[in-house]
Design a protein around this ligand. Sequence first.
Ligand SMILES: Nc1ncnc2c1ncn2[C@@H]1O[C@H](COP(=O)(O)OP(=O)(O)OP(=O)(O)O)[C@@H](O)[C@H]1O
Ligand SMILES: [Mg+2]
Length: 242
Amino acid sequence: MEPVIEVRHLVKAFHTNRVLNDISFNLDRGMNMAILGKSGVGKSVLAKCIVRLIDPDEGEIRVLGKDMLALDAIQLDEVRKRIGYIFQGGALYDSMTVQENLEFQVRRTREEMNKADLQDLVEEALANVGLLQAIHKMPAELSGGMKKRVAVARTLIFKPEIIVYDEPTTGLDPVTAGEISELILDVQKKYNTSSLIISHDMKCVKMTANHLKIITNGSFYTAGTWADLCESQDPEIWGYFH
Ligand SMILES: Nc1ncnc2c1ncn2[C@@H]1O[C@H](COP(=O)(O)OP(=O)(O)OP(=O)(O)O)[C@@H](O)[C@H]1O
Ligand SMILES: [Mg+2]
């Protein structure tokens, strides 16, 4: 199986706080992996290292075969078109409309594109998350679930091969959280994306992931399918499923 993300011996500390301590894994093409772990354990730091928003102290990261730590800014933009990242919290620009937020994603990566093509791309991405009617709204006018959808739409603009979702359903009511989980599933099927899903929402994990990993003390404690881990009597694992 072809790996789309390869992480080897990743280490990241902030001063004396050694957050990630020897993390290694592969995400194979077509795999949808959930990363679980207590709050503050370093899940978001791991996601940010993978897309190189944070530089690790040690280790190797390859995304789609590219050595992420060796790329210059232009090469990094090219890879970032192929790996979408949904931030914890959505991270839309408050002063821009939904349309402008999506267009900015294209311009940020130095893409040359005429206005009509850009409009088509933005409309297609919004239609795919069922939010075409919100194209002219400001982020403040959107509910939490709508913001998450816009964040997914913004990522879909480049039809990425991989999407990293950091807490895609956190802060949403259970019904909206279920809708976002379905959206993740739809995106996986429609675009054939591989995904890394960081979540505390076990319903979302069960729906969207075919492989689970649990981080404790800076490295992976265990891994397996939902069925494997669900039956475990280990107290470190049991709490997630019961
Ligand atoms: N830029 C930073 N500077 C200093 N410390 C940081 C920075 N980013 C994260 N940390 C620290 O790294 C640790 C892990 O943070 P991280 O955000 O990855 O946790 P998490 O597992 O995503 O938690 P949650 O489930 O609450 O989102 C925390 O102790 C946090 O304070
Ligand atoms: Mg986090």
